[in-house]
Ligand binder design. Structure first.
Ligand SMILES: Nc1ncnc2c1ncn2[C@@H]1O[C@H](COP(=O)(O)OP(=O)(O)O)[C@@H](O)[C@H]1O
Ligand SMILES: [Mg+2]
Length: 383
């Protein structure tokens, strides 16, 4: 943040420039619309007295464009699925670590400097956003960004490797079977036999997706093949998990300031109250009255403490930075079992992550500020 820090030895009498935050949203994943909705929420709430913002949309074909920042057009509702219009002026991030300015590309004109950004807020969910790819691009350009780095983002995007890391750190996870593209091409019957050992029901999932996209709850062998093929439409790598009977408890984690331990939030609970087999895409975004989000969850203190302990341990095990939401099952036997970590959780004001932090005393605007400050304080690269 040296170029914006008024106490730097190079400070002049000119008023310090506000940190410039690029809000990057949309993207190539199936969670494009969810990302737009998240960006709408953040752009409405971010404190413009403190930060300048530069909205950058990524169209579904991967084109980076200068976006309008009109948050109304980005909201997600049953009648409106927002999308980045890729026809706007293109945006290029710096091609080297010495050339700090982003550039704007308009048809028939040479690239124009768009100025530097101090931090990128990659409000992207799913592959090509939450999975280490954009983090790698920003590392190459030596630009700070909110959230986890390349490795943690990539590993936590893949539900298989996520479990390998959790198990390696002694954290409780449920039984599962992985079906790679190669396994399925070679011998689908053997893959399905392996699944049968889990018992029923099972949850069939694309290994790398989110927002419940491509997930099916399967209660009998006859429905398994179609569910695997459906998951493969999202990712050729599939994970099948034993169904866990339990309540869904979620906890927000924020990186500690100045190297301190990770901070955990109050615990929230998701309850699907009607009409859905599980917490599916419709329940998440389109039929909100079918779901109850409560925070603090009505569980005994020792259970909430255990969820927080597991959440912080999972965040550390994964090497996460910035923020994460850790999702657990609390079983009827009293066990807390990890379901997943989201390194860029849903972030509209109604989403669980902001809500658990609001219940912990950090409102939406303060939370956005905290995330940007954590990113600004961070070093880039391996330094
Ligand atoms: N093993 C499981 N047992 C019971 N329910 C599950 C299991 N896995 C997933 N679910 C249900 O499906 C939802 C979505 O699964 P999840 O793995 O969290 O995928 P996503 O990354 O898309 O959010 C969960 O919130 C839960 O309702
Ligand atoms: Mg989930």
């Amino acid at each position: 943040m040296s170029d914006t820090d008024s106490s730097s030895p190079h400070a002049t009498d000119a008023p310090p420039r506000k940190p410039r935050v690029a809000i990057v949203f949309g993207g190539r994943s199936s969670e494009h619309a969810v990302s737009c909705a998240t960006a709408a929420g953040v752009m409405q709430a971010i404190d413009r007295d403190v930060y300048d913002i530069l909205p950058i949309g990524i169209a579904k074909d991967g084109r980076w464009v200068l976006a309008s920042g009109d948050s109304g057009a980005l909201e997600l509702s049953p009648g409106h699925v927002p999308e980045v219009d890729g026809s706007g002026a293109g945006v290029l991030i710096p091609l080297s670590t010495t050339e700090r300015s982003l550039s704007i590309l308009e048809p028939g004109a040479p690239p124009r400097a768009l100025g530097e950004v101090d931090v990128v807020f990659p409000l992207l969910h799913g592959p090509f956003g939450e999975d280490g790819t954009i983090q790698g691009l920003l590392e190459l350009a030596d630009i700070r960004y909110v959230g986890s780095g390349v490795l943690a983002s990539a590993v936590m995007m893949d539900k298989h490797y996520m479990k390998v890391v959790f198990a390696g750190h002694g954290l409780a996870i449920g039984p599962y079977v992985v079906i790679t593209d190669r396994d399925w091409q070679r011998d689908p019957v053997a893959s399905m036999d392996a699944v049968a050992s889990l018992g029923w029901p099972v949850f069939v999932k694309p290994a790398r997706a989110g927002s419940s996209m491509g997930i099916t709850k399967v209660s009998e062998p006859a429905a398994l093949q179609a569910a695997i093929e459906f998951a493969r439409e999202h990712d050729p790598k599939v994970i099948v998990e034993a169904g866990i009977v339990g309540r869904e408890l979620e906890c927000g984690v924020l990186e500690g300031r100045d190297g301190a331990a990770a901070r955990t939030s109050e615990v929230g609970e998701i309850e699907v109250v009607r009409g859905h087999d599980f917490y599916d895409f419709e329940a998440k975004y389109l039929a909100e009255s079918d779901v109850e989000l409560s925070c603090p969850a009505k569980v005994p203190d020792h259970v909430a403490d255990e969820v927080r302990r597991v959440a912080a341990a999972a965040f550390d095990a994964a090497g996460c930075e910035g923020l994460a939401r850790v999702d657990c099952f609390y079983t009827e036997h009293g066990d807390v079992i990890l379901n997943e970590i989201n390194t860029m959780p849903g972030f509209t004001p109604q989403s669980m992550f902001p809500r658990v932090w609001a219940a912990t005393g950090l409102d939406y605007r303060e939370l956005i500020n905290e995330l940007i400050q954590l990113a600004l304080a961070r070093r880039t690269g391996l330094r």
